[in-house]
Design a protein around this ligand. Sequence first.
Ligand code: PBG
Length: 336
Amino acid sequence: MTQGPQTFPGRFPNTRLRRNRRSPWARALVSENALSAADLIWPVFVREGDNVREPVESMPGVRRLSVDQVVEAAREARDLGIPAIALFPNTPEHLKTPDGVEATNDGNLVCRAIAALKAEVDGIGVMVDVALDPFTTHGHDGVMSGEEILNDETLDILCRQALVQAQAGCDIISPSDMMDGRIGAIRRTLDDNGFTNVSIMAYAAKYASGFYGPFRDAVGSSGNLIGDKRTYQMDPANSDEALREVTFDLDEGADMVMVKPGMPYLDVASRVKTTFGVPTFAYQVSGEYAMIEGACRNGWLDREKVWPEAMLCFKRAGCDGILTYAAVEMAKKLKT
Ligand code: PBG
């Protein structure tokens, strides 16, 4: 970690901090953080159909892609040096049920997308959420009894979901549901079925956030959601609790942990990284993307300046990687 000013005092006029900022070469020399394409994970929405690229209204520039287009997109990402792609299915309404059992169908949309990617694109990791919300009629991440989201009953379905995704060839399983005990249960299921090499990136500290709004549009769950997710996702007021969540997930076998959303929770990402020293990721979520990109498209912000700046804050906070819908645009910029 960097030393604080107490350790290395300096004083004007002997010390002039502007000397190190005087020219581009001097600034480059003392620069502390840099973004690389290898820091990026690209979340992509998948839909049924062939040759479809359907715009998501609340996320300008983002599209829902049919499986053939996901394959093309993954090739492009791979060629730009992006190490992993994260898939999110837009499940047709008629396949949704209260228990979200379509999640465990080995021929479901996301499993077909994983299999196509594994068959056709080398050299890029495929990551997929484990959670029921894209598959439930009520839009929650677990099965319900009355108003309650049932924890242990949900775990069984999540384990079966993780298993079909691993069988389809998924490299990283990312449980995003915030049920207690899911990392351990999923790890055991994967190991018992011979998938000891499938990684888990836990959505360890995932907050009950208003910034997920556009995502729920993109996967088609916003119209369905009854109530909110505050009985399982975290209270935005808390940060000690995030450390407990991370402790549990690591103890249960998580290989990597994630904090979500990103920019409003950078303090949490920074605490997680300094406390545990494990691979730590931040998810710059749909609402963050919409704010920045929306303002850029309105001419209120300069995209050339604000997008790279928004990426650097994650590096400064100590994140090893960033899930961002702007991954391809960022990687292209880094190439030029
Ligand atoms: C599913 C899931 C959500 C996001 C990722 N996985 C939504 C939610 O929990 O309601 C949000 C991602 C984003 O907003 O970009 N559990």
